[in-house]
Design a protein around this ligand. Structure first.
Ligand SMILES: O=C(O)Cc1cc(O)ccc1O
Ligand SMILES: [Fe+2]
Length: 431
């Protein structure tokens, strides 16, 4: 149960103050701010971005963010950023076991390992796909990415995400999005944590259009939760770790950066409970494309062709008549990276396990494993509820390159292709 309360509404102009009267009335930047706070604007889109796209917030804080030391380069660990020139991008189907849980104390930042990247962070195109697997607090360390917005998809454990804008609890079955540049700390609250991150270098995530579906359905705006302002007046030394143009840098602060007493605006971290997704599907026949399960999309400049779509495969009724119900065999111009949050995925009954991952790149053939084909081709087609299942996909218009770690690590399943080996020719010349 989440013991924090939130502001609700995707992309609303939210306002929140931790002290009464901290938020200026009727203007953003008064000569003097109440409580002797500093006003600082935080812009996630260009000042001149069209009004409907524009994202910015005003923060009122104990000190401006520049009250800090210089950045110094630190080791990147296993974090990688596109474009990666040292590995080739193979068209093979690829699959991985979960990243193991740490044996000694490891915090969220130190645990980050990049599995794949695409596009180019410097031109704000594409994404990085990372896993985290941590068991320790970040202590007085905070992190931010200048390279992208961080979509966090937990697969194991509960965590508290403390951000400049306030705090979010996050559990399995929920997601959080931290805008590019927002400083945050992730601390496990009940045992180890593991999950996936899409570091979206491109346009911030938005809700997909609903088209003829109408004014309701899919992810509804009201279910997106933003933090209430929360601050600490803490003068112990802190370290800020910044991922910038693919490298990690750290800077010292002599205070906590979580010193925002009030904020107003539409750019802030948010969370969403995936079970709130109002699932649409066929009530007649055939298997619709998985775009019907899009929770969030980062558009590219080519209409309908995403920089990255975040798609889920949630529990749902399956009622299609005279239909091969699992995902169809296909080749897709878009590249598909999948993860499994819990349970089993209907195209793969073996080998794709919670915490695991698969990659089916641009035009790489894929579809149900041989056993699933046999079963589904002969199944009785009564209404069936898919329970205990929650897979997701990061789908992108740009080919997704696995990192050297992902290609050479022991967690790679080198025999993935074998799950299709049993697909035999059934054709016998008869109808
Ligand atoms: O490949 C996959 O498993 C993802 C997927 C699911 C689906 O229902 C239809 C197409 C598709 O790419
Ligand atoms: Fe697919």
């Amino acid at each position: 149960m989440d013991n924090l309360s939130y502001l609700t509404g995707f992309n609303n102009e939210h306002e929140t103050e931790a002290l009464p009267g901290a938020l200026p009335e009727g203007q953003f930047s008064p000569q003097k701010v109440n409580y002797k706070l500093y006003a600082e604007q935080f812009s996630s889109t260009a000042f001149t971005a069209p009004r409907a796209d524009n994202r910015r917030s005003w923060t009122y804080r104990l000190r401006p963010s520049i009250a800090m030391g210089d950045f110094e380069k630190i080791d990147n660990g296993l974090i990688r950023t596109a474009p990666e020139s040292d590995v080739h991008c193979p068209p093979n189907v690829l699959r991985w076991d979960p990243v193991p849980l740490p044996e000694k104390d490891v915090d969220f930042v130190d645990s980050l390992v990049t599995i794949a990247t695409n596009g180019d962070a410097k031109t704000q195109v594409g994404m990085g796909i990372h896993c985290y697997s941590a068991n320790a607090n970040m202590q007085n360390r905070v992190f931010y990415s200048s390279d992208g917005e961080m979509l966090i998809v937990p697969q194991l454990g509960d965590m508290l995400i403390t951000t400049e804008f306030g705090r979010l609890n996050l559990s399995v079955g929920e997601i959080a999005v931290i805008p590019r540049g927002v400083r945050f700390a992730v601390n496990p609250t009940d045992g180890p944590i593991r999950g996936y991150i899409c570091e979206n270098y491109g346009h911030p995530f938005v809700l997909p259009e609903r088209g003829p579906v109408g004014a309701n359905g899919y992810a509804n705006q009201r279910d997106f939760c933003y933090p209430k302002a929360w601050f600490e007046d803490n003068e112990t030394p802190h370290t800020v770790v910044n991922k910038f143009c693919g490298n990690l840098f750290e800077a010292k602060l002599d205070h906590s950066p979580f010193d925002v007493v009030a904020w107003v605006g539409n750019s802030a971290p948010y969370k969403y409970v995936l079970s709130r997704f109002n699932v649409m599907n066929t009530v007649s026949f055939d298997h619709p494309d998985p775009s019907i399960f899009t929770v969030l999309t980062s558009p590219s400049e080519l209409e309908g062709t995403a920089n990255v779509d975040f798609v889920i495969f949630p529990p749902r009724w399956m009622v299609a008549e005279k239909t091969f119900r699992p995902p169809y065999y296909h080749r897709n111009v878009m590249s598909e990276f999948m993860g499994l949050i819990e349970g089993m995925y209907d195209a793969k009954e073996h080998g794709f396990v919670p915490g695991g991952m698969s990659l089916h790149n641009c035009m790489t053939p894929h579809g149900p494993e041989a056993e699933v084909f046999e079963k589904a081709s002969n199944a009785e087609l009564s209404p069936q509820r898919y329970e205990n299942t929650l897979a997701f996909m990061f789908e992108s218009r740009y080919a997704i390159a696995p990192t050297e770690f992902a290609l050479n690590s022991d967690i790679r399943q080198r025999d993935y292709l074998a799950c299709w080996k049993g697909l035999k020719k059934n054709y016998d010349g008869e109808i």
